[in-house]
Design a protein around this ligand. Structure first.
Ligand SMILES: Cc1cc2nc3c(=O)[nH]c(=O)nc-3n(C[C@H](O)[C@H](O)[C@H](O)COP(=O)(O)OP(=O)(O)OC[C@H]3O[C@@H](n4cnc5c(N)ncnc54)[C@H](O)[C@@H]3O)c2cc1C
Length: 452
């Protein structure tokens, strides 16, 4: 059963029983398994005695996306196409603005189902579809454990304020999703509308996308790969997560963030696997704190603050204290090109930047240090914020989402509290290289990502 709180109408039109198919416009939840929007579309199609087509709108101008992101996403879509085919569900990929593709697919449909995305552009696309469609559009929220509106009706201040609200509800939403059999199956491999393509490489070659960041070889997109990663993590790493996850010379994080970003795996599935792992409770709890509490705090931020991608979304105390210290002298000053080229005086920072550029994923602990130093050595905090978010979004495979905005904003005081005052930072929390040296073997970290 899909919890009713996950579903909401986006317009007040009914289904059209004379329509020829139910359309699931796939956008955020790019998976054929563990996807409540897909299962809802199948259930509604069975009620209406219609087939289901999944429709995907592929634009080569997705904000800030480049070949690195597209390659990962298209690998995921190959897997989606294959899995849907096996279930007798059609899959059409159309080139063009996703909202326009969705509105066109709505013509003649019995009903349209959408998944939920939280970034401003995703919200705009759904509003466009709801306005243009002449038939009911139903949205299903499948990329959080607890639906945003169940947790809170406002932007939350910090993990400590959202945690009890999530904990109050999460057990009810931590349930496996049942797959529904489709009554009116499409013929396997039957002709479909839309683009015909061989595989992700073939499709990527046709797109006029920004190629400034190359595909990241160490990460392959798709639900099967996400599930392999999850199993490896649960079997071999989760037990030591609480004590080793912070060490950038060790690989004790799950590596799931790119898959979660593209909706290639359900956070409910990930949480259930961790819960059932038999790993020590302290490790499971530490992981669920990140996967559910921290991740859904970021989603709360994006859902309730349309300015989440900007400096203006920082809390007033943080903007004030940073403004008070804007004229403080900086020990070093770098502009975007120096940052991007990993050409600072700080070997730890440079290694972190190279990790991100080369692999598509910087270790979590280094992300904090990396963001704090951009703040410390940029002309203004506003410029620093833009530099950090732009670099994050260009090179991180998990970039361009709620966690990107919240992660960068955290370096500037978001979801945090005032600390001791010091130059440049004011009362925003400070981090330094000595802290890294105390905790980790930083020579080892730097050696992993040497300058060319
Ligand atoms: C400056 C900065 C920028 C960041 N940019 C991004 C980003 O663009 N995309 C992104 O997904 N995360 C971002 N983060 C948060 C965090 O670093 C990553 O989510 C994490 O490193 C992903 O690796 P993993 O999947 O192996 O994490 P794991 O440790 O295995 O955690 C599992 C999941 O929990 C969630 N999670 C973990 N840590 C955090 C956190 N601190 N806040 C919110 N959710 C978390 C992620 O969804 C992650 O996939 C950023 C953090 C900072 C400080």
């Amino acid at each position: 059963m899909i919890e009713p709180e996950r579903i909401r109408p986006l317009n007040d039109l009914p289904a059209n029983p004379a329509g020829r198919r139910v359309v699931y416009w796939m956008q955020q939840s790019q998976r054929a398994e563990g996807n409540p929007a897909l299962e809802h579309a199948v259930a509604r199609a069975n009620e209406l005695d219609r087939p289901v087509d999944v429709v995907f709108g592929l634009t080569d101008a997705y904000p800030e996306a480049n070949a690195r992101h597209y390659a990962f996403m298209l690998q995921g879509l190959d897997a989606v196409r294959e899995a849907l085919d096996a279930r007798g569900i059609g899959f059409e990929l159309h080139r063009g603005d996703p909202a326009r593709v969705a509105a066109e697919a709505a013509q003649g449909a019995a009903l349209v189902v959408a998944d939920r995305g939280y970034m401003p552009v995703q919200v705009r696309w759904r509003s466009h579809l709801a306005r243009e469609a002449r038939v009911g559009v139903e949205e299903v929220e499948g990329d959080v454990v607890v639906p945003v509106a169940v947790v809170s009706d406002k932007e939350e201040f910090a993990a400590r304020t959202i945690r009890p609200r999530i904990h109050r509800h999460w057990r009810r939403f931590l349930a496996p999703l049942r797959t529904v059999d489709l009554r009116r199956r499409a013929r396997p491999g039957g002709r479909r509308g839309g683009e015909v393509w061989r595989d992700a490489d073939d499709l990527l070659a046709r797109l006029a996308v920004d190629r400034s960041a190359a595909p990241a070889d160490g990460f392959r997109g798709g639900t099967p790969e996400a599930r392999r990663r999850l199993k490896r993590f649960v079997d071999h790493k989760l037990a030591r997560y609480a004590d080793l996850r912070n060490d950038p010379t060790m690989d004790y994080q799950s590596g799931l963030s790119p898959h979660l970003h593209f909706g290639q795996i359900s956070p409910v599935e990930v949480a259930l696997a961790a819960d059932a792992s038999g790993a020590p409770r302290v490790a499971v709890d530490a992981f669920l704190e990140e996967l559910v509490v921290r991740r859904e705090l970021s989603i709360n931020f994006a859902a309730f603050n349309p300015a989440c991608e900007t400096y203006a979304a920082l809390p007033a105390w943080a903007r004030q204290t940073l403004a008070d210290h804007e004229a403080d002298p900086r020990a070093y000053l770098y502009g975007f090109d120096r940052w991007e080229a990993a050409a600072t005086h700080d070997e730890y920072w440079n290694a972190a930047q190279r990790e991100m550029v080369r692999t598509g994923k910087m270790h979590n602990y280094m992300r904090m240090y990396w963001g704090k130093k951009i703040l410390e050595w940029s002309r203004t905090p506003g410029e620093a914020f833009d530099t950090a978010l732009r670099l994050n979004n260009r090179y991180e495979l998990d970039g361009r989402g709620p966690n990107s905005c919240a992660g960068v904003a955290w370096c500037f005081g978001k979801h945090d509290r005032p600390w001791t005052r010091r130059a440049v930072f004011g009362t925003v929390r400070y981090m330094n290289a000595a802290g890294l040296d105390r905790k980790f073997d930083m020579a080892d970290y730097v050696a992993r990502f040497p300058a060319e």
